[in-house]
Design a binder for this molecule. Sequence first.
Ligand SMILES: Nc1ncnc2c1ncn2[C@@H]1O[C@H](COP(=O)(O)OP(=O)(O)OP(=O)(O)O)[C@@H](O)[C@H]1O
Ligand SMILES: [Mg+2]
Length: 310
Amino acid sequence: MTAARTAPAGLPDGPILSVRNLHLAIAGRRRQTPILRNVSLDIVPGEVHGLVGESGAGKTMIGKVILGIQPSRAVITGGSVRFDGRDITHLPERERRSLMGRGLGLIPQDPMTSLNPAYRIGGQIADVLRLHLGMDRAAARARALELLDDVHIREPERVLHQYPHELSGGMRQRVLIAIAFACRPKLIVADEPTTALDVTVQRQVLALIKEMQAQEGASILFVTHDLGVVAKICDRVTVLHGGRVLEAGDTRRIVESPQHDYTRALMAATPRHDRPGDLLQPVPEALTARLNAEALAYDAAPDAARAGHG
Ligand SMILES: Nc1ncnc2c1ncn2[C@@H]1O[C@H](COP(=O)(O)OP(=O)(O)OP(=O)(O)O)[C@@H](O)[C@H]1O
Ligand SMILES: [Mg+2]
């Protein structure tokens, strides 16, 4: 059940991101509620790594910890996050900010609320380029145009001057993808980047993310609850439930021969394009109950007894 630590075929070894034995809890008035339990995962350069699990599994929280934007009540109670050879687990705010853009990028879930409604598209892209790369106005504008073209936005000159509300959801998501890739980050966290979109637009946006990723050579942590999406775009996958990693490995291996009951249950709950008539099975309640009980037992176990357990 240990996470695969070697690079998939064709990808270089040596992780750009290494999450090790991460524990995180939400501080309450009387007690802390564990959210992440001993999470480890590695992402190598050029890898698209899927993070999959049902609602509440802790996928977004992991993404937030990597980006350093977890809620203030979230306390990292153990483990570490290394990025590009550097421990970033407890990085001060200023150093954090300098990591965004050139180091780390984000493709958010909701293209509706992630752009500032009061500013034109061109200005929002240019701001990022000026802030992180120190470009002047003219260079930033030229690069913004190029980026809109990269994400296949037609009439990019016109779109530069438009406001977010003038664009469709799919177009807005293309703009956000352009912004995420603008400073050529080494790792992008994409948190359910297609869930808010129609199915056909979803497919186009997925293809675009994959295309930009291949063109720019960035790594992506791709957060989703959909194993079908994982199968399409991810090299490797980590399966999460109740803040615990249940299984991890090459996508193909996971999809073709899942080892954990939960991964099998997730597969049975995922629509398959090659078998559209299949009835979907919800994850059995008994399995969820068993996993929840395991998580609580894990929380109750003394540290020594946990060693070696995931
Ligand atoms: N700001 C917060 N305060 C308290 N608890 C939180 C906060 N944010 C998240 N949590 C809790 O952390 C756990 C993991 O949440 P997270 O948002 O990471 O799940 P997720 O896997 O992204 O789910 P979804 O698929 O619904 O987006 C949940 O139990 C959630 O209630
Ligand atoms: Mg989430």
